[in-house]
Design a protein around this ligand. Structure first.
Ligand code: PEP
Length: 251
């Protein structure tokens, strides 16, 4: 049976407008006829308008990498959901490990952003995942469960169709180390169980759980073959057409 996957590229703090437009255009051209999977690219805020113009009306969704927890107002340096909507953003990545660990975002703040994004009709990719020391201390499930429960606190079942979970073990992000497909699958299955406990079997069976952490052309197939892995959130390898395309077009 062929499955559909949700393949997302997180461009992080890379590229100028010209580079972004070129990469987005190349992806539009190459993915135009691939109806099999669902795609998203998430450029920096400053590139959103440029990329939006290139991918509008195509099979590639526009994502942002963060948003302010406040709707608008006196919040210097922040970007509002209203501004993101105005640029054509459809999805917001929240709780990325770089936000959690480098910028000290806690579950409460992430939850506030999740609820605001949902209120304004965005899809949310909620990132979760453990640090290496947490894995070594046997705390993977505890950490992931807390991040899910707190991240989704107060989120109604009717909003779960707009939630995607990305399991990204922090030790695998940008390091070249990938979780084995079996280790990743075990956590994905656990994540689905947590969602089932919170929202019931039907919602749990439908939620997309992406894997993220050094996904590359040569490991995408074995990761996506796992039963509970429904897509990939790709960082480094999404920055070049030569590495993102084989991931996006894998079969
Ligand atoms: C990410 O930033 O979400 C990520 C998974 O990065 P990388 O693919 O580079 O590990």
């Amino acid at each position: 049976m062929s499955r559909n996957y949700y393949i997302a590229g997180n461009w992080k703090m890379h590229m100028t407008r010209q580079q972004a437009a070129e990469l987005a255009q190349a992806l539009v051209n190459e993915l135009r006829d691939v109806s099999k999977h669902r795609y998203l690219i998430a450029p920096s805020f400053t590139l959103l308008e440029t990329v939006s113009a290139v991918i509008e009306g195509t099979n590639i969704r526009l994502g942002a990498q963060n948003c302010s927890p406040e709707e608008q107002g006196a919040h210097t340096g922040e970007v509002s959901v209203l501004q993101l909507k105005d640029l054509g953003v459809q999805t917001i990545i929240l709780g990325h490990s770089e936000r959690r660990h480098s910028y000290k975002e806690d579950d409460e703040l992430i939850n506030k952003k999740v609820k605001l994004a949902l209120k304004h009709g965005f899809e949310v990719i909620l990132c979760i995942g453990e640090l290496l020391e947490e894995r070594e201390a046997g705390k993977v499930e505890e950490v992931c469960e807390t991040q899910i429960v707190k991240g989704l606190e107060g989120v109604k079942a009717s909003d779960l169709s707009s939630i995607v979970i990305a399991y990204e073990p922090v030790w695998a992000i940008g390091t070249g180390k990938t979780a084995t497909p079996e280790d990743a699958e075990a956590v994905h299955a656990f994540v689905r169980k947590v969602i089932e406990r919170l929202y019931g079997e039907d919602i749990a069976s439908k939620i997309i759980i992406q894997y993220g952490g050094s996904v590359k052309p040569d490991n995408v197939k074995e990761l996506m073959a796992m039963e509970n892995i429904g897509g990939a959130l790709v960082g480094g390898a999404s920055l070049k057409i030569d590495s993102f395309l084989p991931i996006a077009r894998f079969s």
